[in-house]
Design a protein around this ligand. Sequence first.
Ligand code: SF4
Length: 343
Amino acid sequence: MPTRSPHRPPHAPDLASYDLLAPQLSGGKDSAVMNYVFMEAARSAGVADRVISYHSSLGVLEWPAVVFDGVRYPGVSELAALQSAAFGIPADRHVEVTRTLPSPDGTRMPHSLLTEIAAYGRFPRMGSPYCRKAAKESVVSAAWTPMVTRMKRELGRPVRILKVMGLRSDEGPDRKKRPAFRTVQSNSARLVDEWLPIKEWSTDAVRDWHRTAPVPYCWTYDSVPGAGDWAGTSRCSCSLCPYAARRDVQLSAGRRPRLADLYAEVEQVRGDSFRADWRITDLIRHTRTCGAPDPGVVCPDDGPEFAALQVQVRAALQLEPRKLPDLARDSGRALCNGCAAQS
Ligand code: SF4
């Protein structure tokens, strides 16, 4: 394990002033570094026992485990649990949460983000990243509620929670603008602050840290699992993300063709395009006919969870959308002349 980080955590809050310290582990390369830096700070402050880590699982949409050349590489949820354990958080203090909805038999069943997009009628856009709130933030916030209710009664004051995230300035202008420390919720029951301890880490520093890290990084970052070349996708969360670079989406569409086809189905039925500037339907055609990055590995997506996702998404598409697709109707242009000629 590295003995020091290239940057000291900026704007480090007084960790001892919080009742719950809650690192949010996405399973990506940044959340591993964040948890390393954060847990060092928590141990220094003598409050490591107040830590509970959280992973908002995106279910079938996130990168699954793969077997390549006889070696198994873990998927994103498994990596989040490994990132928690690697820096000393006991297994019973790592919590995986997911969005659910009532099933016909009265129990709760997973409610996929893609189903939500199909029901809503529009893909997330710059300026309205509702997916982050729907699939991640509100799910974790809801998971805190029973604890907050109990602790508020015991403490006789609002519960103080520190949410710790691995966001970095290098990831884009919106991340750069986000303060390293801020209060995100304050009411009579809870006060929630947000801290980004590795905000100023560069991408190179993160990759360098991973060379000697005690936990693997996700296989999708490499050209093929285990290559160690960082020539795969640049991000890892939902396999297909409207905010990702085009090359990432092309590579992801090659690695998860059945999932990409399901996104295209939503796009075609709803009329709203995956991105404001291009359609995933065009990108898939471009990827399959005009050449694309070698996916290196292809996920079969043939298990019962994927079949259940298809059923859920197609059922949502049978209903009227909650929003009309005015935002981006007809704006998804073809990606090249070759594609346009074949459309
Ligand atoms: S990975 Fe992309 S699509 Fe998935 S929740 Fe995050 S921003 Fe939304």
